[in-house]
Structure formats: structure tokens, C-alpha cells
Design a protein around this ligand. Sequence first.
Ligand code: PGA
Length: 253
Amino acid sequence: MRIIITDSYEEMGMEAANIVAGQIYLKPNSVLGLATGSTPVSMYQRLAAVHKTVGLDFSEVTTFNLDEYIGMSPENPQSYHYFMQENFFKHININQDNVFIPDGMAEDMIEEGERYERLIEAKGGIDLQVLGIGQNAHIGFNEPDIKFAATTHKVALDDETIQANSRFFASVKDVPRYAISMGIKTIMMAEHVILLANGKNKAEAVYKAVCGDVTPEAPASILQLHRDVVVIVDKEAASRLPAAIRGIHIVKK
Ligand code: PGA
């Protein structure tokens, strides 16, 4: 694992955008795995700016999102389909035929999970996967469990996740209870991974991901076993990491 600690949320997004842009420059038809939530928004804004100012070209890029709420149509402003269009896709020159997000309206979630996995495989696998992390150390919607989940599957959201995500809804009652998510195996198959986190409320989860035991009770801890992970965190999210790690990795501007 390589760890980058930044002074601010904006710098976290900039460091992440640099890695994504580098990936696209090196391989214009890259397959990206993408995340939703508040965390990656500054990265998306930066990438959109790089597209606008120096023409970073997304026309050959393919994207696969991590997850979607079950029962949400793409037109629903709370859906992750909608989030991605608003926060990223409408600002860049992506070909919409190359955009893939699990279908939260599918009738059969087992079939939908299998279809999604086949699509990823058909596109040659994910080159670079972007991840956020939940306060309970989930990645995608892989909640703490007694075993590591495998491929794209239906998940029941934890109470902690429902509470955390209620900030995007009128009331906690409106937060969906189920989602369809790439599994840990799907994520671990990606060639490169970047994990982003900001804010004090993520410090414990980041500690577990980087320094904790590798256990399904802290799903992000599995990333310690991946061959190429860059963790990009602001100093609040890094605040529980041992001083030795923080001393080495701080990005000084
Ligand atoms: P957030 O969500 O970026 O909105 O904090 C991250 C996650 O739950 O994975």
C-alpha cells in the first residue's frame, strides 16, 4: 500500500484525479471502476476541469460503478445513476454506451449480478478501481460480515450505513434498505485500486483498512492483500494512523 496524506479534501481529490488522468493518458481505453458518495466529488470536479482545460479524453474510456440502491430507477435524483450523470458524466466526453452501473430495478438480482460480472469480464476487467470507505469500513456496499462476499450481489445495508446516508434523503425512513454491489472479489480483481477518505469520521475505518487485522468485519482491510493500492486521505481521516506512517507520507505543498 502507498499512502498519500493531504492537507485538505480538495487536495485529496487532486491527487486522486492525477492518478486517474495518468491511467487514461497511458491507456486511453481504460476500464475504470467508479464510486459514488461525497468523498469522490472533488476528484470528479478536478477530472472534469482537466478535461475542459487540457482536453483529457474520455471518449474511449469504459466505466463500471460499484453499486446502486435496489428499487431506484436511473431518473430518481437519489439514484447513483443520477449522481454519476450530475457529478461527472455530463461534464466530460464519455460515450454513454461505455457507462455501466448495476440495475437497481432488475427483477432478479442474482441474474443481474451475473450479467454485471460478465460485462466486466467482456471489457477486459477493471484497470483502476476508485473506492470510498464507510464509517464501518465497508467498500462498495460490502458491509462487515463473517465472510468476504464474492462477486456482484444483493446486500442488506447496515443500520450505520442507513444512518450515514440519510443525510442525502428527507428522512431516514426514505433510505433504501437494499443495494446491489460489486463484491470483494470483483474489487480485488482490479489491476490498480485507489481508496479515498476524508474527515474525522473516517479515521477509525482508515486505521482498520491500513493497520488492522485482515477480517471480513472490516471489509476494507482485505486491500492489504491487494498488490497495488494507493490510499489517499486528508489529514483528519489519517489522524488515527501511527505517527510513523503520518510522518513519512504527508504531502507538503
Ligand atoms: P461517502 O460514502 O463518500 O458519502 O462518505 C462512502 C461510502 O459509504 O463508501
